[in-house]
Design a protein around this ligand. Sequence first.
Ligand code: DUC
Ligand code: ZN
Ligand code: ZN
Ligand code: ZN
Length: 501
Amino acid sequence: SQNRLIIKNGKVVNDDGMEDLDVYIEDGIIKQVGRNLIIPGGTRTIDATGKLVMPGGIDPHTHFELEMNGAKAADDFYKGTRAAVAGGTTTVIDFVLPQKNQSLLEAYANWRDKADNKVCCDYGLHVGVTWWSPSVKKEMQKLVTEQYGVNSFKMFMAYKDLWQLDDYDLYCAMETCAELKALPQVHAENGDIIARNTEKLLAAGVTGPEGHELSRNEEVEGEAVNRACVIANQAKSPLYIVHMMSKSAVRMLQLARTRQRTPLFGETLAATVGTDGSHQRNACFRHAAAHVLSPPLRPDPATPQAMCEALADDYIQVIGSDNCTFHEKDKEIGKNNFSKIPNGVNGVEDRMAILWQKAVNTGIMDPCRFVAVTSSNAAKIFNIWPQKGRVAVNSDADIVVWDPRLERTISAATHKHAVDFNIFEGQHVVGSPQYVIVSGRVCLDDGELRVVEGFGRFLKTPVGSPLVYGEGQERAAPEPELLHLDIQHKVSNGSPSPDFG
Ligand code: DUC
Ligand code: ZN
Ligand code: ZN
Ligand code: ZN
């Protein structure tokens, strides 16, 4: 075999522990992990002395080439996955977002066509349920089959008149997910409140980027998180809340966990831990608009650290990027109306370094938890574990050799994104990848990027993840005494506790 590699003298970090071990790779697969390995001659050696050998990152939230408000995201599947690999991420999961009344299967096929020959690393797909009808349900049934390999569906509670579902349709979509043992994902913001607030702000002359957060503050996110959890409970469905951006959102998710039985997962973003809402008020339109995404960055300066702590404490399980980059000139579409600014920021490249800097270097989390939230948890939730998300025999050789002492300053001048702006501009980080191995191929080689366009494969994600649907995943029934409803129920008819499941 030509394709042999050994990573020696490093510390292997998995989500459940770390140990000094060598890793031997052949034909894209990890074949041996241990010490004093016996390996064939002619194998390339990477010396990882003083370095951490971790599973490549999984970014479960990207929007390459997304079209929004008349603009198209700058990072395509080539530049986007190239940036991912440069930062230590070796798998991304992107979103197929059908138009209203468009066939989900057709939108899926279009997205595969865009991506398959461009991706530099493996990628999977979530599919948006952006409208509802019996035909949509039939298409979901097809998409979860092995032919298509989709196990997660995203529903929007915001973007009225574009992607938003009402509660009835959201309930139906979640029931269908539960039936199929797929995972519903929800964008949790109250789109009707946002629509009305937008009208009021524009009428009052607030047209700049500062209006964006004002139209959709924390309360508007927290309400939707709570409602999504209630609907999931009624549908007897697990739930994954994408891009949680505020302390209120986390609080509502935690509260729901105390009262309901279905597994509830939360995701936050590199943007949320790496920067804050003050930039949306920058006097320079381009600067402010570049920070506009939904849900928005928050003005509360305690948010970034609180989100790091939520990740460390398992209130939130996953960090993604929501990478959806628009050139500065495209953000100008919203020059006179903040609601027209194409939404989205970068993050697929810097997600790991940013979290390392903000949460590991500060002592908020240890390297094992870092691996859990940047890789292993997403692999488990999206049912690609332990093929992905683990350094172990028989796992894919998707590996990052992390140098915890490597220092660099993040800048649009040097980043690998196609976009001309970086929301982490000027931030100094200590800790970055030195080598990144994608399916056994060294694609970042001592700092030099050597990706191959089209090298990545489409990754099928099977339904029925053990972490989401397995035995013991249903939470213990809540204490009936805590529920006012139950007390009334007992008083009125004296029967035992009602079924909240
Ligand atoms: N939020 C964004 O900021 N961009 C794309 C879609 C979304 O929900
Ligand atoms: Zn979203
Ligand atoms: Zn500026
Ligand atoms: Zn998104």
